[in-house]
Ligand binder design. Structure first.
Ligand code: FNR
Length: 182
């Protein structure tokens, strides 16, 4: 069975390493998971007043997340935390009160950085906040991936054997977790 995953990348750069990591995971998940990328770059800064006439971008984002069987968030590390655009999306998705989309969602976090700890601190903070939103975090190995361009070919496939085996195991375990919890 193929389940769907809403994928939210916490970087808006077109050459984002975290987007590349998401796309590499998508290829490794072929046949098990279908990735639905959720654009959060067009969400306004959170403003409770806007619920009177909710922005289309907010409604679209909430719908994409609500209908997905699972949620994958990838974050760069910004100043030892996760990306602010993710927090903004999390706040929008948590309201109106009682109509949030995060609760009970089978969720995984991943991240990469050129730095040696691979966005580990940012991801730890993201996991804590996702727990506050009552997502169901999958018990997965942490993807604290230091980005090494030589590990990928021109089409974005993971060609380094160790990295590939690690990421394959991660996404396979997430697919199994979603199948059990969705
Ligand atoms: C960074 N970067 C960074 N890296 C890191 O390992 N720890 C950190 O605390 C920070 N802090 C930080 C703050 C800000 C404002 C920027 C713009 C960058 C570097 C960051 O990991 C690098 O730019 C990544 O390539 C960003 O991810 P994307 O955009 O490639 O997905």
């Amino acid at each position: 069975m193929t389940n769907s995953v809403a994928v939210i990348v916490g970087s808006l750069r077109k050459d984002s390493l975290n987007l590349k990591l998401a796309q590499a995971l998508e290829k490794l998940a072929a046949g098990k998971l279908v990735f639905d990328y959720v654009d959060i770059g067009d969400l306004p800064a959170y403003n409770d007043d806007l619920w009177v006439n909710p922005p289309a971008s907010v409604l679209r984002m909430k719908e994409q997340v609500a209908k997905a069987d699972g949620l994958l968030m990838l974050t760069p590390e910004y100043n030892r935390s996760y990306a602010g655009i993710l927090k903004n999306a999390m706040d929008w998705g948590s309201r109106p009160y009682g109509q949030g989309v995060w609760q009970g969602k089978a969720t995984a976090v991943a991240g990469t950085s050129p730095g040696s700890i691979g966005a580990a601190v940012g991801q730890a903070r993201l996991r804590a906040d996702l727990a506050s939103l009552s997502t169901v975090l999958a018990p997965l190995p942490e993807v604290n991936l230091q980005w090494k361009p030589a590990a990928y070919d021109e089409s974005g496939d993971v060609i380094d054997a160790g990295t590939r085996a690690f990421l394959q195991g991660y996404i396979d375990q997430f697919a199994a977790f979603i199948a059990k919890n969705a």
